[in-house]
Design a protein around this ligand. Structure first.
Ligand code: SF4
Length: 295
């Protein structure tokens, strides 16, 4: 059996940065609140909670505390509320996400109608929307707006979208509009991860995508890989059954930006054990094909 891990799998730089900032803050405070789950990975969120980093689901519930804004960012309104409530704010919004907030504000000031490609329920997109105006809207992949005749439109994307989706929407909109400004706001970490995962899927009999079921970028990886080979999305190694691996000579692994290294290792080592192999890995860097992201 050939078992490989796609390059750039696991924590992206934005997630690593947010976790490090939260851990640093927890050394100085008994409790640090994060605005929603710091990463979309239930097992890891539990581990962080044991270190005093607790999830707050509503900004209005946090007063006079240390608060970390997670990498997805938050809405403008929630930021104002947190400041008004006397909190010490540690802003771990990923720079790629902050850039989308700035671009949306600039486009609004230049009188463009802003369209955000993404998942309207995702916290990152909810945050982006708050920097728009009453004309700003979210379009899901595959949808085509038909009311843009003669308008000046700015198209921007959730950072974890597939580039094909952005390409397609831009082409679908172009014939209607007077002017179209398109920002490629898909982050480099996502692009590298998607390219490496797709390349591995093309050369595998089975792809196993590891990551939280609520993680947008992990779901996107699973959808991408399933275009090329049989694909399984799991959160932990416990979901992996020996029968699934039967007859699969080339197995590829990849993982979302919020998947910790030890989750990837556990899946890799479980497959090795099922296959009767004893050379288990202690670091993902030892797994064939893996290379750390370069952004
Ligand atoms: S996936 Fe990209 S935008 Fe999101 S936190 Fe990671 S580096 Fe930042």
């Amino acid at each position: 059996m050939i078992l490989r891990l796609a390059a750039s799998s696991g924590f992206c730089f934005g997630v690593r940065r947010a976790i490090q900032m939260a851990l640093d803050a927890s050394k100085d405070s008994d409790v640090v609140f994060s605005t929603g789950e710091l990463i979309h990975n239930p097992q890891f969120v539990q581990e962080l909670e044991e270190q005093g980093i607790k999830v707050a689901h509503d900004a209005k519930d946090i007063h006079d505390s240390t608060v970390i804004i997670r990498s997805h960012g938050i809405t403008r309104e929630d930021l104002t509320l947190l400041q008004a409530h006397g909190n010490t704010i540690i802003d771990a919004t990923c720079p790629y996400v902050s850039r989308t907030h700035e671009l949306i504000q600039t486009a609004i000031n230049e009188d463009y109608e802003v369209i955000i490609l993404g998942d309207a329920r995702h916290p990152e997109v909810i945050g982006m929307m708050s920097y728009g105006n009453q004309h700003t809207r979210v379009i899901a992949p595959g949808e085509i707006p038909t009311d843009l005749k003669g308008k000046r439109v700015c198209l921007i994307s959730q950072t974890t979208q597939k580039i094909e989706n952005l390409n397609k929407l831009a082409c679908d909109i172009l014939p209607q509009v007077l002017e179209l400004k398109v920002y490629n706001s898909i982050c480099l970490a996502t692009t590298q991860r998607q390219n490496a995962s797709a390349a591995l899927a093309k050369d595998s009999d089975l792809m196993i995508v590891i990551g939280g079921r609520k993680s947008s970028n992990t779901k996107m990886l699973a959808s991408l890989c399933s275009q090329y080979c049989e694909t399984l999305h799991i959160e932990t190694e416990e979901e992996l059954k020996a029968e699934t691996l039967l007859g699969k000579a080339r197995i590829g692994l990849c993982a979302g930006a919020s998947t910790p290294e030890d989750r990837i290792l556990k899946v890799y080592n479980k497959i090795k054990k099922i296959n009767g192999e004893e050379d288990l890995a202690t670091r993902i860097h030892n797994i064939p094909l893996f290379k750390e992201e370069s952004c």
